[in-house]
Write a protein of this length. Structure first.
Length: 256
């Protein structure tokens, strides 16, 4: 082995020491960064009720204030569609600025649900996959809203139908899977009733569309109502996730 004079390092040894020093500096820098808490399942579900509900209703208020849509109770009168509120003026920009970040929150929620179900023994990626396509449909709808032309109209229609359908399927599959895994409480029953109610409304709209020549007068009210019911289901889901968290804490305390 070649000897090295005192006060000198091998080239490799020098670079190793420099690398370790840089890693220590980076580690200290990361430790100094503020830690932002990530919302859990129940908190995220509450946000997915509150924020979209505020967004679509504020957007409607903006469109009314600027004279682009009529003032009414859209959930009952059906004087305008959700799409019409975001096509013009300030509401055009507000809707996109609100819904595009919310689509990321939706995706985060479906990933959390999939991860939690995996930890409880359900290893299939169904929820995460369906949630991804639901979010993609929402993004497609949001970006095409307000754009002119038949192609954009078709994109909006595809986007809103797939968003509603896949979001409903995700909610239904989650509540069913939690029931199979034995996580039963009152919120489970209410979510199942809500899913049944939403399904009944969807079937009713198909019959009315086929039977009533003036179904267009009612279509927008059904759209607003189904959107609200899907959002309320997130609130019920938050209740259910709270119950599951409490059961987990109680079981840990009992085992100790």
């Amino acid at each position: 082995m070649t000897s090295v004079p005192d006060g000198h390092f091998h080239r490799n040894e020098f670079f190793e020491k420099e690398t370790i020093t840089n890693m220590n500096i980076k580690t200290r820098s990361i430790m100094l960064l503020p830690a932002f808490p990530r919302p859990g399942l129940s908190t995220t579900a509450i946000l997915l009720f509150v924020l979209p509900t505020l967004a679509i209703n504020i957007n409607y208020g903006i469109a009314v204030a600027e004279g682009y849509v009529a003032l009414c109770n859209p959930y009952w009168d059906g004087c305008t569609s959700i799409s019409a509120t975001g096509c013009n003026g300030t509401a055009f920009f507000f809707f996109k600025a609100a819904m595009l970040p919310l689509s990321l929150l939706y995706f985060y929620y479906w990933l959390l649900c999939s991860k939690r179900l995996n930890s409880m023994g359900y290893e299939k990626p169904t929820i995460g996959n369906l949630g991804f396509f639901a979010v993609a449909a929402l993004v497609l709808y949001t970006l095409s809203l307000g754009a002119l032309g038949d192609n954009f109209r078709l994109m909006r229609r595809i986007g809103i139908i797939f968003y509603f359908s896949l979001t409903y399927l995700c909610q239904l599959l989650i509540v069913h899977r939690l029931g199979v895994l034995g996580q039963q409480d009152l919120s489970q029953t209410l979510q199942k009733l809500m899913c049944l109610f939403i399904f009944g409304i969807a079937v009713l709209t198909l019959f009315l569309d086929a039977l009533l020549p003036n179904y267009d007068d009612y279509e927008d009210a059904f759209e607003w109502s189904i959107a609200l019911l899907l959002l309320i289901n997130f609130l019920l889901a938050a209740w259910n996730w709270r119950f599951i968290e409490k059961m987990k804490v109680d079981s840990l305390e009992t085992s100790e």
